[in-house]
Write a protein that binds this ligand. Structure first.
Ligand code: GCO
Length: 484
């Protein structure tokens, strides 16, 4: 894929701190959250348990034993949070729907109270002139579906299709953009391969079956949403791309493998209707891919209006002879060694990258975003793109006057918006940009230790305070001009 660049070709690091750049008219400035990360109210109004409830309550899985039981209490504070979005001047809000609020066991009876909550949220957004961008799945799988096999089981894609039908009928008259899945890479590989995310399984073959059933679930859901949405929504999926650098003798091979498993195993079926032959060959010792049935690829390959792109940092890989002790633990979000599959003498290792870093330890590399957008545009020239997540965790401090001068986050955002602007100037059809995240929230395995918000949440009082980055972003969202 074209965003794979040999590190030898990267010779300079341009300054990405422009100000005064003007974004195209109609460019969408939004912010994003996800249900389990912000809502709380984990057992209210008929919500069933999800795999993240189970996982976060399993000792040792999440930092400090944190859970999403209360989170930002957004479920109860939704009106105030909507007012906050309006105050910030957001043009769009990307949120996710908790499947277990809608169907507590993933299949069967629909819980009207769950639909009512999201319906009120959508109405509240529209009343304030904010576009609703709704994701159907941001990782909170109903526990009952996991008990029946989870994403490695084809029946989960069947259940997802039914859930999409229900949501299309309930909100397809008002939602501006439907996103089927958020980062299926994380669901499949972190959930079923590396085990750092719920449900915490370590089964490489199951991870690849999950990849396929997530792709299938996307295709089925787009069909179901189209059939049931009475408005004219856009359709999309959000992927987290690996922007790769390689080191050492096997750099090109290491990048090819990870590009295949992390990027092309999603983009090719979704946008070109095929699984990459090299990925099937690379994983032959693990699976024969017999879970791909006749007709599946045509279902997966649905036209979409925008491709959602999540980007935080680059990843550097190298080929390693034998089994590296680090192979199962390193990489973006604790990614698995990628090709650490049985049957290969050489595995890919994710190596430490040059800084500066965010509080997650992720390297700050705005040029990677520009390169990613250009690469996707070159490979899929007719596909409009949207940055659906970009942002940074830093250990913010509250100043004596109560303000939150988070200058590092502000600088990170300025550089990445500059990178996006450069991509637009080079012809990329980029429609919008969502900052992750509106609120400090439950950062998965890191619990509440990592703050990504442009709005601070005091997790004792649940009070919200707009950070300096939020004030800066508000100026950008209102004017379309990158502030200094
Ligand atoms: C993801 C998710 C978000 C994360 C964010 C920071 O990309 O993992 O979409 O839920 O919180 O990316 O890690």
């Amino acid at each position: 894929m074209s965003q794979v660049t040999d590190s030898a070709t990267i010779t300079d690091s341009p300054d990405y701190r422009d100000a005064g750049l003007v974004f195209p008219p109609g460019f969408t400035f939004g912010s994003a959250t996800a249900s389990y990360q912000v809502e709380g109210a984990f057992d209210e109004d008929g919500r069933g348990p999800s795999i993240w409830d189970t996982f976060s309550k399993t000792p040792g899985k999440v930092w400090n034993g944190d859970t999403g039981d209360v989170a930002c209490d957004h479920y109860h504070r939704v009106d105030a949070d909507l007012d906050l979005m309006k105050e910030l001047g957001l043009g769009a809000y990307r949120f996710s729907i908790a499947w277990p609020r809608i169907m507590p066991t993933g299949t069967g009876a629909v819980n009207q109270a769950g639909i009512d909550f999201y319906s009120r949220l959508v109405d509240g957004l529209l009343e304030r002139g904010i576009r609703p961008v709704a994701t159907l799945y941001h990782w909170d799988l109903p526990q009952a579906l996991e008990d029946a096999g989870g994403w490695p089981a084809r029946a989960t894609a069947d259940a997802f299709e039914r859930y999409a039908e229900v949501m299309g009928a309930a909100m397809g008259d008002r939602v501006h953009t439907w996103t089927t899945l958020n980062e299926p890479w994380c669901s499949a590989y972190l959930g079923y391969g590396q085990g750092g995310h719920a449900p915490g399984r370590h089964e490489p073959a199951a991870a690849l079956a999950a990849v396929h059933h997530l792709n299938l679930a996307h295709g089925r859901a787009v069909q179901a949403l189209r059939a049931t949405s009475s408005g004219d929504p856009d359709y999309s999926i959000t992927l987290n791309f690996h922007v790769l650098r390689g080191v050492g003798d096997g750099a090109a091979e290491a990048m090819r493998r990870i590009d295949g498993l992390a990027n092309r195993v999603f983009t090719h079926p979704l946008l070109a209707g095929e699984y990459p032959a090299d990925v099937i060959a690379d994983t032959a010792a693990v699976t024969d891919w017999s879970f791909v049935h006749d007709g599946d690829l045509a279902v997966i390959n649905q036209p979409i209006d925008v491709l959602g792109v999540n980007y935080y940092s680059t990843a550097t890989v190298r080929l390693w002879d034998g089994v590296s002790p680090k192979q199962m633990n390193d990489g973006h979000k604790g990614a698995p060694g990628g090709t650490a599959w049985p049957g290969s003498d050489q595995v890919v290792e994710f190596v430490e990258q040059p800084g500066p870093y965010t509080e997650m330890g992720w390297n700050i590399a705005p040029e990677g975003l520009e390169e990613l957008l250009l690469g996707l545009h070159a490979e899929f020239p007719d596909q409009p793109l949207m940055v659906t997540e970009n942002g940074a965790a830093f250990a913010d401090e509250v100043a004596p006057d109560g303000s939150v001068p988070d200058l590092e986050r502000l600088d990170y955002l300025r550089r990445h918006f500059t990178a996006a602007h450069r991509a637009i100037e080079q012809g990329v059809d980029l429609r919008g940009y969502f900052v992750w995240s509106l609120l400090d929230n439950f950062e998965w395995g890191y619990g509440y230790a990592k703050r990504f918000g442009i709005v601070r949440v005091d997790f004792d009082t649940l009070e919200r305070t707009v950070k300096d980055s939020g004030l800066w972003y508000s100026r950008l969202a209102r004017t379309g001009v990158l502030p200094a």
